[in-house]
Write a protein that binds this ligand. Sequence first.
Ligand code: F6R
Length: 619
Amino acid sequence: MCGIVGYVGPREAQPILLEGLRRLEYRGYDSAGAAIAQDGVLHVRKTVGKLARLAESLQADPLRGHTGIGHTRWATHGSPTETNAHPHQDTNGHISVVHNGIIENYVFLRAELQAEGAVFRSETDTEVLPHLLRRYYTGDLLAAVRQALEQIEGSYAFAALAAEHPEQIVFARKGSPLVLGLGQQENFLASDTNALLPFTRRVIYLEDGHHGLLTADTCQIYDAGGTPVAAAPSEVQQSAAAAEKDGHAHFMLKEIHQQPEVLRHLLLSYAPEHGLAQTHTAGTSIQFPGLGVLEQRLTEIHRIVIVACGTAWHAGLVAKYLLEPWARLPVSVELASEFRYAEPCLDARTLVIAVSQSGETADTLEAVRIARKFLAPVLGVVNVPASSIARAADGLIYLHAGPEIGVASTKAYTAQVTALTLLALHLAQRRGTLPQELMAERLEALRQVPGQMQEILQWSPKLDALAGLPAYKNASHAMFLGRGCNYPSALEGALKLKEISYIHAEGYAAGEMKHGPIALVTEELPVFCIAVQGSVYAKTLSNIQEIRARNGRVLALATEGDTQIAASCHDVFYLPPCPEPFSPLLAALPLQLLAYYIALELGRDVDQPRNLAKSVTVE
Ligand code: F6R
């Protein structure tokens, strides 16, 4: 949610800022801008729309200079206009700021600063920052930042530049991510490591309260109390190419196709093949090295609360269907954005599991902080190493899915479901609630899933053709139905379709249809129904009949070998047979691909759908 970059060193700043912003654009893309210091002047350029517009403008008329800051915006306060785009300046344009987060007391500060004569140009909360820095600036920008930090409330990661000191960038972080990148006689900063990878792998992840100053060859960091911090740099392992499309038309398509490989890697990391034999004997096949102290506490817990948002919440819902029967523990799955404002009942024996691809979702992070206040053990299931949730949790399961750049989550979802499935088996093992033979059988079946996913991907052209049918691509509304562990699949299918195609879609538990949603069924309404073999197959088939009886158009996801279903549906896509608990993993792929191809048919911007941003770091 907004991306910021900064560069100070001997090179021209412009291309570095642009490349960094290109790699951060998934965080927000309604406007972009850069400020570069040269000869005692801050040169600023801002454009509305995608980064390409800024790049064009800068190519036509470059900004020269060796120190600069850049921003790609996801609007919170003020519509996406050039004036509201960052960087923002103080009244006389001598101080420039890029910011990610929300300054919550900006109305009060703005009134105060205006009364002092500051001229505000935008509607943003951010603009109070350069004016505040100007209020305190007496030649030392870092000192001004320290004073400004005492005044501001909210969440922020910001970088500031003063015309008088073109050799410095000053920064601060609280509640929004910020990483420093260390080079040879040059330094960088960015919202995440993706932006830094082409330039350096030595990074320092800043903590809340950290602020400081970068020059080409120094990096000063201070904690909230002003004490210098001696932070040791870490080496980023990820390859720069991992954040490229690799010949795919879109990141989303690349990430859909990566799923078999991601799952194989997860299984290899946490349930290596040789573990199968051990399952029968020592029972040690699934291991999570990142659980740390939590491992000992697993047998004490009496309840699980999963907190997450969006797609990650759907993954949590799937997990409830596995954790309860296998580990015999009550599980509640909470929307983090609701949980944080409720009065949760937590204790030291309630395991709180925070599921998040980015590890930065503000609501999920706050839910983690609340859990810690209640002394509840917190397990993070995250994809991004060293993210805020990863650092706040007591134990971790990393998804190892590689960077997910497409705004619509795909590979992270199936990785989350798989990681939670393995956790369910691990807990069952620790608690002795599932016979060893059954455990071995489940694990063996789970190991077949990546291969089955590959089979499904080979059938992509069929899904492409279905997406091209007017009944689907021209629909104004769509319904997704599923039962049991595929009720969350229906929710996820609907979310994928609506977020990238803009077709209004809702997911329902199929049994709930007759309690209201059936009123929507007409021949105009496509109903996507997950009707795989398993305990609720017959019931789901009855629901399909009810829709057909009302002229609804049904596309079913069924199991290969099902000879009944075709007679009741307009279209069927067959999935390889697998045990019911793993069917959400398989069902996810055709649902993702249908959403993808329908969005393409409609000419949508698949990787950067309107109004969305990848990492929701504001409440
Ligand atoms: C939907 C989607 C979002 C995220 C949600 C949580 O495709 O991507 O709903 O799942 O914003 O994000 P993370 O997992 O980063 O906490």
